[in-house]
Design a protein around this ligand. Structure first.
Ligand SMILES: [Zn+2]
Length: 279
């Protein structure tokens, strides 16, 4: 795995663990880094790898959403580990949820579980410092990277979480989608997902695209609008199936066995629970 330039001075790279995709947009005034991997150790490696692209500093960090594989490297790019610090941007919803997670027993349990996976994870968790974004997006914000390059941070709807943010780089015709789009696996319907709203959110993202737009997923390689439309259709099928089963009086705990699903039903438990709760 190495950097791939998906558009003019827009790079993506896939990383283990979690096969998470990290992106970089290079501007005249510095680098904008999109998502930061699962730990400070991984973020230090990422910082080294950034030198393969440019010697310029990371001036901006943008988190596409709250999940740990996208945000636990944040603290590597602010003081005292980096001076001057980068601005760290996230949606208002994501920031509120990240603050709430600090007091959430389920989040603490998850960290304990991870730390128990291996010595490597234990070391990563021991030095974990969760850095909540210090710059908040409400709907939309334009980042000026210098030299005439503007990156548009946009919340076009809920889907994977309630605080999903995409980035539009119009001069390179690239959309960075976070986990609203997954290329290397099925889309992840977690306990914080919005299955009924996800397809319309992808439709809203598609309105920003043209025939040659490259879409960078949160996991996997860059892809195109036809892939996004196909994934949108499958996500819509999950939502429609939930609505039809509920209307037919099928209880939530029987829905996975009774339905006809575009994805492996064993990964759709939360999708059904969340859709039923919303319906
Ligand atoms: Zn995620």
């Amino acid at each position: 795995m190495s950097w791939v330039e998906v558009g003019d001075r827009v790079f993506q790279r896939r990383y283990e663990p979690c096969d998470v995709t990290v992106s970089v947009v290079a501007g005249a005034d510095g680098l904008a880094l999109v998502d930061t991997r699962c730990s400070l150790a991984e973020a230090r490696e990422l910082r080294e790898h950034l030198r393969e692209i440019s010697a310029a500093p990371v001036r901006w960090v943008v988190n596409t959403h709250i999940h740990f594989d996208h945000v636990w490297g944040n603290a590597e790019f602010v003081a005292p580990r980096q001076t001057p610090p980068a601005q760290v941007w996230g949606s208002a919803e994501m920031i509120a949820a990240m603050r709430g997670a600090a007091r959430d027993p389920a989040a603490a349990e998850f960290k304990e579980y991870l730390a128990g996976q291996s010595e490597e994870w234990a070391a990563k968790l021991a030095e974990l410092e969760e850095y909540v974004p210090d710059h908040e997006v409400r709907g939309a914000h334009d980042l000026d990277l210098g030299g005439g390059r503007v990156v548009s941070l946009r919340q076009v709807g809920r889907g994977h979480t309630d605080g999903d943010m995409i980035l539009h780089v119009p001069d390179a015709d690239v959309l960075l989608m976070g986990d609203l789009l997954e290329q290397s696996g099925a889309p992840a319907f977690g306990p914080d997902s919005y299955p009924l709203e996800w397809a319309p959110t992808l439709d809203a993202a598609l309105t920003l695209s043209g025939p040659d737009t490259r879409f960078v997923p949160g996991h996997g390689d860059a892809t195109d609008a036809s892939f996004v439309r196909a994934q949108r259709d499958s996500i819509r099928a999950v939502a429609d199936q939930c609505a039809a089963l509920r209307a037919a009086g099928v209880p939530a705990d029987k829905a996975l066995a009774a339905g006809d699903w575009p994805y492996d039903p064993k990964h759709l438990e939360h999708a059904v629970a969340r859709a039923y709760a919303q319906l």
